[in-house]
Design a protein around this ligand. Structure first.
Ligand SMILES: *[C@@H]1O[C@H](CO)[C@@H](O)[C@H](O)[C@H]1NC(C)=O
Ligand SMILES: *[C@@H]1O[C@H](CO)[C@@H](O)[C@H](O)[C@H]1NC(C)=O
Length: 136
């Protein structure tokens, strides 16, 4: 058995929730800093905030970036960007090696188009940075 007053209360809660979502949204478009990455790299596909020794960083994923990894095509990268100046980014050297080979020089994996940087997360102040690839 339901209480007769439960329906008006839930309607009121729902209305309050809707209003707060519609009217509570606010974006500051005047004080912004723009970072640009390599063309065609999907720079900005993922973004996370990170703090290291009191300094704030933006971690920006570019899953189709061409890296310097030998024999790897568009392996994907994550950039570390400052919060004070525009276009203040550098690639984080997570993995600089090419595809892995077996002891008999047979290629055992492929880092080409692995979409490294599809997701990026910070584990907190001075913590580790987690980066995922996208599995197809
Ligand atoms: C492949 O190379 C990466 C570093 O480039 C290493 O972390 C990983 O363990 C290697 N995987 C295998 C199966 O050897
Ligand atoms: C595996 O072999 C390829 C082709 O010789 C080379 O480009 C690549 O650097 C090698 N990988 C590693 C991890 O040494």
């Amino acid at each position: 058995m339901t209480l007769p007053s439960s329906r008006p209360l839930s309607t009121l809660l729902l209305t309050a929730l809707c209003c707060s979502i519609v009217f509570g949204f606010n974006v500051d478009v005047k004080n912004c800093i723009r970072h640009r990455g390599p063309e065609g790299s999907m720079f900005g596909f993922s973004v996370a905030q990170h703090k290291e020794r009191g300094r704030s960083w933006l971690l920006i994923g570019a899953p189709e970036a061409q890296t310097a990894q030998p024999g790897v095509e568009k392996g994907g990268a994550v950039f570390r960007c400052g919060t004070a100046r525009e276009d203040d980014c550098e690639e984080i050297p997570f993995d600089t090696r090419g595809n892995n080979n077996s002891s008999k020089w047979i290629q055992i994996d492929s880092k080409s188009r692995q979409w490294f940087g599809a997701t990026v997360r910070s584990s907190g102040d001075n913590g580790v940075i987690l980066v995922n690839i996208k599995h197809s």
